[in-house]
Design a protein around this ligand. Structure first.
Ligand code: NAD
Length: 334
């Protein structure tokens, strides 16, 4: 069976990273037909939007996509394609696994955390306005529907992946209505998963505990804004954004992407680390049910990184994006 997957290479260093991904996935032998579509600045002139309808149609049809990073102009121009994708396709769950990999410099060892972030509501929805000239107001919306589906996603993920505990993160001591609802609903959902331990932490305490005792935690479920911040904290625990994979899920659509941005200053130089997109590719293979190929790919990435001979500059090596991808591909086939 051949899988059809939408591939959005992105811009900046995205196209080089996408080429690396194609090389490595081809080495796994999993037959994938890539429907390649551009999005972002490069298509603005032709389509009048950075996210043309045919790109969305492709994802709606294939139900699964993987994308490279896309540049978002600061302060002006179009809104983030990443945010638009999540909204248009109702990709309500953002998944960020943070697992230590030998060979990646980090202050910590043996980190194995999974952040499940609500993707559609909360302060992060950016519903705000000026009140006169010298004050501004932002509206925080949390719903039962939004809280329930993200909590269910976290528990289903935990059960499917043999994880032992889900921790809900909130500030319900202060935001008793909004975060209070999120926490209450998470507790109700938890009651339906007696095999998974459930606990909650106030977000500030959570941040301290994650840097002091990360080994105590497993799957974290958070509203959008805390999720945005805590997922970067967790990426920091494993060596930074350059190595962290990610995925966004709706009810029947999944879009995989690295956590880092388009690193435009390195575009076209065959320089940046392909690991984050490749590890997102591992998540993609798992999603397709190709667990054995996913393990082989993850192990090959880990072996090449641990060996440290054919790795990119950020890992202390001098290999390029394509060279590192080729080494991983060879490892898979060896
Ligand atoms: P960035 O992640 O692109 O780059 C910051 C720095 O991190 C780079 O200069 C580089 O030193 C390093 N870096 C990033 N990726 C790396 C890799 N794969 N290998 C080695 N080093 C790497 O962050 P930024 O400069 O803040 O953002 C650049 C653009 O990317 C912005 O327009 C931003 O909006 C966009 N962005 C897109 C996404 C996405 O598409 N999901 C995510 C974040 C940022």
């Amino acid at each position: 069976m051949t899988y059809t997957v939408t591939l959005i290479p992105g811009d900046g260093t995205g196209p080089e990273l996408a080429a690396a991904l194609e090389t490595v996935i081809a080495a796994t032998g999993v037959p994938i037909l890539w429907e390649v579509h551009d999005a972002g600045l490069g298509v603005m002139e032709e389509y009048g939007t950075p996210l043309p309808e045919h790109v969305l149609d492709s994802i709606r049809r294939t139900k699964v996509a993987i994308k490279g990073p896309i540049t978002t102009p600061i302060g002006e121009g179009f809104r983030s394609v990443n945010v638009a994708l999540r909204k248009e396709l109702d990709l309500y769950a953002c998944l960020r696994p943070s697992k230590t990999m030998k060979g990646v410099r980090s202050r910590f060892e043996d980190i194995d955390l999974v952040v499940v972030r609500e993707n559609t509501e909360d302060l992060y929805a950016g519903i705000e306005h000026m009140v006169g000239e010298d004050a501004a107001e932002s509206i925080k919306i949390i719903t039962r529907k939004g809280s329930e589906r993200i909590a269910r996603f976290a528990f289903d993920y935990a059960r499917k992946h043999g994880r032992r505990k889900v921790t809900a993160v909130h500030k319900a001591n202060i935001m008793k209505c909004t975060d209070g609802l999120f926490l209450r609903v998470a507790g109700e959902v938890a009651a339906q998963y007696p095999d998974i331990e459930f606990e909650d932490r106030i977000v500030d305490n959570m941040c301290m505990q994650l840097v002091q005792k990360p080994e105590l935690y497993d799957v974290l479920v958070l509203p959008n804004l805390y999720g945005d911040i805590v997922s970067d904290l967790c990426a920091g625990l494993i060596g930074g954004l350059g190595v962290a994979p990610g995925a966004n899920f709706g009810d029947d659509i999944a879009v995989f992407e690295p956590v880092h941005g388009s690193a435009p200053k390195y575009a076209g130089q065959d320089k940046v680390n392909p690991m984050a997109l490749l590890r997102s590719g591992v998540l993609l293979l798992e999603h397709l049910g190709e667990d054995a190929a996913a393990r082989r790919m993850e192990d090959a990435i880990a072996a090449v990184v641990a060996e440290g001979k054919v790795v990119t500059y950020d890992l202390g090596g001098s290999a390029g994006t394509s060279g590192m991808a080729a080494a991983i591909a060879r490892r898979i086939q060896s």
